[in-house]
Design a protein around this ligand. Sequence first.
Ligand SMILES: *Cc1c(COP(=O)(O)O)cnc(C)c1O
Length: 392
Amino acid sequence: MKTQNRSRWKQSTQLAHSPEVELPEGNLPIVPPIYQSAKFSLTSDVPIPDQYLYTRISNPSLHQLELSLSEILNKEESIVFGSGIAAITGTLLSLLKQGDHIIFFREVYRPSRIFIRETLPRFGIDHSMLKLCEADQLEKHIVQGKTKIIYFESPTNPHLQIADIKRITEIARKHGIITLFDGTFAGIHQHTQCDLDLIVHSLTKYANGHGDVVAGSVSGRKDLIKKIRQMSQTLGSVLDPHAAFLISRGLKTYLLRYERQCQTALTLAQFLKTHPQVKKVYYPGLSDHPQHRLALEQMSDMGGILAFEIDPACGTAMEFCYRMKLFQFTASVGSTESLICPSLQFFGDDLEASHREEMGLTAWSLRISVGLEDAGDLIQDLSSGFEEVGRG
Ligand SMILES: *Cc1c(COP(=O)(O)O)cnc(C)c1O
């Protein structure tokens, strides 16, 4: 800022320009400040393209978070967005054009599925929706010269299927197709050695971890992130600096939270597994999960999300959710509070009945996201849900 003679100013001018507070050299805050400013004043000392100008284009708080994510995810560059779904749709709009084709799996995040099936065709972008269990037939669905992206998730929502990432990326590499991987469920510390071109995360979930911010990110090859950044500036899907600050704060405890949530999830999965009123439990950390071996090869931690199916005698999944006291009945994952929701209504309503059936989405299917509460208290809450029905 230029030297100012504030005492000469009228009150309205003084109020419009906050006093400058300079820190003695080297006397720095331990927690970086929030650059809660839409604009930055320019200096003649530095070329304009190297300066911050407008927060929709760039902002130091956002840049700092992007640097953290690139480091953890082991990628060249990152860009943050105002939500996870904005990161996904922005990436697809940046990298696809009329006449292109995308391959994805039906197990991906519901709003992404709807975007690819309902919005992209309006722009002449075609797709093939495969089942994750058909991933070995991936090559058959590649349209030479047209398939530009393979988009997938692991573990999937809500039944925690594991994608064979090595297999999929090898096929994509062979055909020069970009891989876009949503790693939200596994968290930001896993899959960092995989040969994925782009990794997207809903930072709303584990990265922030406190359930008070909505945000997303994409990390990967520099050339791709550059294209995505240009599109993001045009779409205006920018994250607020204060939200970026909260996520950077959340990251400090990320590994501790994730570790505890995995431990508790395994405890709950084991409890549910032996419960007489539970018909099925889905958790990749259980040795009878169909892809337990693959999960162990790809992941160090099995995650804080599990799913299960209750006996119809207990009432519907929806009724079970309303009965919970500690578990909050809501969408989303990765909070400090444990969350529960009925899977069919929350994740399957856009799918054809045959798909829902094959995916095991029934009126008795539930998904849990484990929080930071005591495992015994959570088990008690689940138990009382079953007991109440027992009492009729
Ligand atoms: C929540 C979620 C998203 C979308 O993120 P928002 O921040 O809610 O927009 C995308 N993918 C997965 C796997 C998610 O769980």
